[in-house]
Design a protein around this ligand. Structure first.
Ligand code: YSA
Length: 250
């Protein structure tokens, strides 16, 4: 007998995440996978000569001569700029999507993986809003027993910046799952937002790493292995709520 089809676990994870953020009033945005240097780096306060560009090993793509060189986006953060330029502030969105890094793989690193970006811009947004949002999200996604910790970090597009770790019970270790922080005023200005009036928080989480912890998956490479038995280990699931306020490509 034919078996019914299954959703890929990454699809399940993104839908679960979108449901949780949807209940917190976040809409959903999508940006292009083939990006310009401007949106992936420059507008995010990462100029060409800045050493922090090395944080993202990049697949460069030859563009037409008049267009300059392009790249496969190394993170979902360029969607922040595209969205703010188009829709302005105040705003609250998530942006899930595929990203690419020219790096060697291991159990927690893939060359192609999914991130889910979050952005909230308004008057009087503070780090406490970021912390509260991430705590509520983690508890809803993993359950109330989840152990989450924030560490000080550095990203050129946030000040202050943090990295978030979640306890991986099956492996008895902390796993880094996300970068986050308060949006740098220069980034807001680059997107045409008055940084004197508005502040924001933002984050970029690794979808596969969240699912690894939730389902006890030992190796990130299983998600993209194409082994159908992996998919069949997950229950097919349809979205039960449709609470997203908007869904737009920028
Ligand atoms: C930081 C601040 C913001 O305001 C907004 C976003 C960010 C995140 C930033 N854009 C970024 O990409 N940070 S990161 O390089 O540390 O990646 C974020 C998350 O993606 C990681 O915590 C991890 O969960 C996942 N990740 C990174 N490289 C990976 C990976 N997952 C699988 N394979 C890889 N090679």
């Amino acid at each position: 007998m034919n078996q019914p089809g299954r959703l890929h676990p990454i699809t399940i994870a993104i839908r679960d995440m979108a449901d949780i953020f949807g209940r917190m009033g976040f809409g959903i945005a999508y940006g292009p996978e083939l990006e310009t240097e401007h949106y992936n780096f420059d507008a995010l306060n990462i100029p060409a000569d800045h050493p922090s560009r090395d944080m993202w090993d990049t697949f460069w793509v030859k563009g037409k001569e008049d267009e300059g060189r392009k790249l496969l986006r190394t993170h979902t953060s360029p969607v922040q700029i595209r969205w703010l330029e188009k829709y302005g502030a105040p705003t609250r969105i998530i942006a899930p999507g595929k990203v690419f890094r020219n790096e060697s793989t291991d159990a927690t690193h893939e060359a192609q993986f999914y991130q889910l970006e979050g952005l909230a811009v308004d008057e009087d947004i503070t780090l406490a809003h970021l912390k509260g949002t991430l705590e509520r999200f983690s508890k809803e996604y993993f359950g109330t027993g989840a152990k989450v910790r924030l560490r000080p970090s550095y990203f050129p597009f946030t000040e202050p910046s943090v990295e978030v770790d979640v306890w991986f019970p099956q492996q008895q270790k902390w796993l880094e799952v996300m970068g986050a922080g308060m949006v740098h005023p220069k980034v807001l200005e680059n997107a045409g937002i008055d940084a004197g009036k508005y502040q924001g928080f933002a984050f970029g989480l690794g979808v596969e790493r969240f699912a690894m912890i939730k389902y006890g998956i030992p190796d990130v490479r299983l998600f993209h292995s194409g082994d159908i038995r992996f998919n069949y280990a997950f229950e097919q699931k349809v979205r039960t709520s449709d609470v997203l306020t908007s869904e737009k490509a920028v």
